[in-house]
Design a protein around this ligand. Structure first.
Ligand SMILES: Nc1ncnc2c1ncn2[C@@H]1O[C@H](COP(=O)(O)OP(=O)(O)O)[C@@H](O)[C@H]1O
Ligand SMILES: [Mg+2]
Length: 383
């Protein structure tokens, strides 16, 4: 065992010697330093790095209690044993209250070694306890962190599973729906062809109605086709495409209501993207339609484009209803819709197309103020 380092604060040399003899006799291995003044005590405390201090309660030019308090303030874990000629019970209790580990009367010094060993043992146990507590605390923090990580992971997986389940249902529905619809739609198309031939050059007005019907039928079969395409995870076929080209292409396909004011970017501000032209067109079209639908009476529709870091963006802002904070996460889920005649597939298709084009869609929205949807895409190296 390592030699103990002891400071003895004692004015009587004889008493100090006696203490050492008693300790040695009990087999204690130690080195000690004896001091008798405030100055020397404080110096020893800093320089001797003791394991324990023995303090005489009554000193001519210092005060045992004060010495103990000084030591405890700086080294709260350093055990202090009061060694005194005479002490009344009240003083003894007081010393213990103030933080002494033990006290020993000078006329029963045979107890000193026992007291010193006890104090050292107590200190060690306390240190171990503290270390164990500290370890436990660290483990706890680590555990909490892991539980949190796992929970987030699980929630993500669960959400994906739910979405996949929904997709599977949509897939089945779409497949059976397109089967069911095929026969009646084909029959209708045939009849329309027959009528068209019959009225050719005879009744222009009927001809126009027949055209409208034909178009509607095309749309219906297109819808089931699109559903199937969505469920069967298409691949991206990227190439370099100009941002302005995309915007103009989409705007030629949809009608902007008169009460909505449209702003489009300058051609020179729109970058060249590297993405699947049709899929990006589909995304922009969906975002524009949603924006228009969010402004039933009137509003402003602003299309912007530019470059951020290594990616380009197309951004659509409306002054419509906006989206509540708690709903933002849901709007990309398949079948989520807040519209009476909505299907809730638009944004989930957009997200999927964005994903397979190494892109991303970000939303910023405030209820009653409007929304901004930003589509980020890789840039093309060639223009
Ligand atoms: N620009 C927008 N402004 C306000 N709400 C929007 C906007 N775009 C999407 N949303 C919300 O997200 C939901 C899902 O959109 P979407 O997937 O396109 O399905 P749908 O248009 O069929 O409802 C909408 O029902 C609507 O609540
Ligand atoms: Mg939509």
């Amino acid at each position: 065992m390592k030699k103990l380092r002891i400071i003895i604060l004692e004015d009587l040399d004889l008493d100090a010697e006696l203490m050492k003899i008693k300790l040695k006799r009990e087999g204690l291995q130690f080195t000690s330093i004896t001091v008798d003044s405030k100055e020397n005590f404080q110096k020893a405390l800093e320089e001797f790095s003791p394991d324990i201090i023995l303090v005489d309660y009554k000193l001519p030019n210092y005060n045992g209690m004060e010495a103990m308090q000084f030591s405890l303030e700086r080294y709260p874990d350093l055990p202090v044993i009061i060694v005194t000629g005479s002490i009344n019970e009240e003083t003894a209790v007081n010393c213990m209250k103030e933080g002494a580990t033990d006290y020993v009367l000078k006329d029963s010094l045979s107890r000193l070694a026992y007291a010193v060993e006890g104090a050292i043992k107590k200190k060690r146990i306390e240190e171990e306890k503290r270390r164990a507590e500290e370890e436990l605390r660290n483990l706890n923090v680590e555990l909490e962190k892991r539980v949190e990580e796992r929970t987030t992971e699980l929630m993500k997986v669960q959400k994906e599973l739910l979405n996949n389940e929904r997709l599977a249902v949509i897939g089945k529905l779409a497949a059976s729906l397109s089967n069911e619809l095929e026969n009646p739609l084909t029959a209708m198309r045939k009849s329309i062809n027959y009528l068209k031939e019959k009225y050719q050059g005879v009744d222009a007005e009927s001809q126009k109605h027949l055209d409208t019907m034909e178009e509607a039928i095309m749309k219906a079969s297109n819808l089931t086709y699109k559903l199937l395409e969505y469920v069967h995870a298409p691949e991206a076929n990227p190439s370099g495409i100009g941002g302005m080209e995309i915007i103009e292409d989409v705007l030629s396909r949809i009608r902007i209501p008169e009460n909505i004011k449209l702003y489009i970017p300058k051609k020179e501000d729109t970058p060249y993207f590297y993405a699947d032209k049709e899929q990006v067109g589909h995304i922009v079209q969906n975002l524009l339609l949603n924006a228009i639908q969010s402004m039933p009476s009137s509003g402003e529709l602003v299309i912007k484009s530019g470059v951020i870091g290594e990616r380009g963006y197309l951004e659509i802002t409306d002054t419509g209803t906006g989206i509540k904070r708690e709903e933002i996460e849901q709007i990309f889920e398949p079948l989520y819709t807040t519209k009476l005649s909505g299907i809730g597939l638009g944004l989930s298709i957009c997200k999927r197309y964005a994903d397979i084009n190494d892109g991303e869609i970000r939303v910023n929205s405030k209820p009653d103020e409007g929304s901004t949807f930003r589509l980020l895409l890789p840039l093309s190296e060639l223009e």
